[in-house]
Design a protein around this ligand. Structure first.
Ligand SMILES: *Cc1c(COP(=O)(O)O)cnc(C)c1O
Length: 219
């Protein structure tokens, strides 16, 4: 099926209040424009350089989300335009985002990435680290970033009850975090393989790549 058809079909099934990030990493500008032609404007990339190249060429009303791991020395390349950074996993990184946002007179929306999966390879903060950042004086002084929610990735497994448990865990951290961060509203969880479970567990933003664009070819 075409990208347009995939996208339209998925959007139809998403409950009201659940946003969609079309994950376009490794995909061509042509493919992105096909998705764009349906009216969709929110796209996600996991490499800053690739996102910058696409931003330079593609229509300027696209909202670019950085969903991958962010290296501090590359924040400067996206600070001018990035619309939401999903993978904030340290105060150091947040301070760099704040510094670069300030240069462009912007307030950049960010999500804290929380580690919920069993795998060691997935980045993110644990509950205590998250709490420590939120309660630090340094964090409260950052005027050019705005934490709008949390993001997490479940274990890549066919064990759906495990995935469900991990998403439930993230949702409970999200609810608890609202005490200190009353304005958070975004819970970014769910990918092509598990977004239906994520929505059931309270996701407000799913990040879908292969179910829209087809499988990726990294070669
Ligand atoms: C690639 C990626 C996705 C999309 O994955 P699909 O399985 O293709 O939907 C979502 N979130 C993150 C963080 C990713 O890196």
């Amino acid at each position: 099926m075409s990208i347009e058809t995939n996208l339209k079909n998925i959007i139809q099934t998403l409950p009201i209040g659940v946003g969609l990030v079309a994950v376009s990493k490794t995909k061509t500008n042509k493919s992105i424009l096909e998705a764009y032609s349906t009216g969709h404007r929110v796209f996600g990339e996991n490499k800053i350089q690739e996102m910058v190249q696409k931003w330079e060429i593609l229509p300027k009303d696209i909202q670019w989300h950085m969903i991958g791991h962010v290296q501090r020395n590359k924040v400067k390349y996206m600070a001018q335009f990035v619309s939401l950074i999903h993978g904030v996993d340290s105060l150091k990184l947040l301070k760099e985002i704040n510094k670069q946002a300030k240069k462009h007179n912007r307030v950049i929306d960010c999500l804290f990435q929380v580690h919920i999966a069993e795998e060691d390879t997935k980045f993110g903060l644990d509950k205590t680290e998250l709490k420590d950042i939120i309660h630090s004086e340094e964090f409260q002084q950052l005027g050019n970033i705005k934490i709008v929610g949390l993001m997490g990735m479940a274990t890549f497994t066919s064990d759906t009850s495990k995935v469900e448990r991990e998403f439930k865990h993230l949702k409970s951290i999200f609810d608890t975090s609202k005490v200190s961060l009353p304005n958070i509203s975004v819970l970014s969880m769910g990918m092509s393989g598990d977004y239906q479970i994520a929505i059931k567990e309270g996701s407000t933003m799913v990040r879908l790549g292969s179910s829209i664009f087809g499988t990726r070819n990294y070669s």
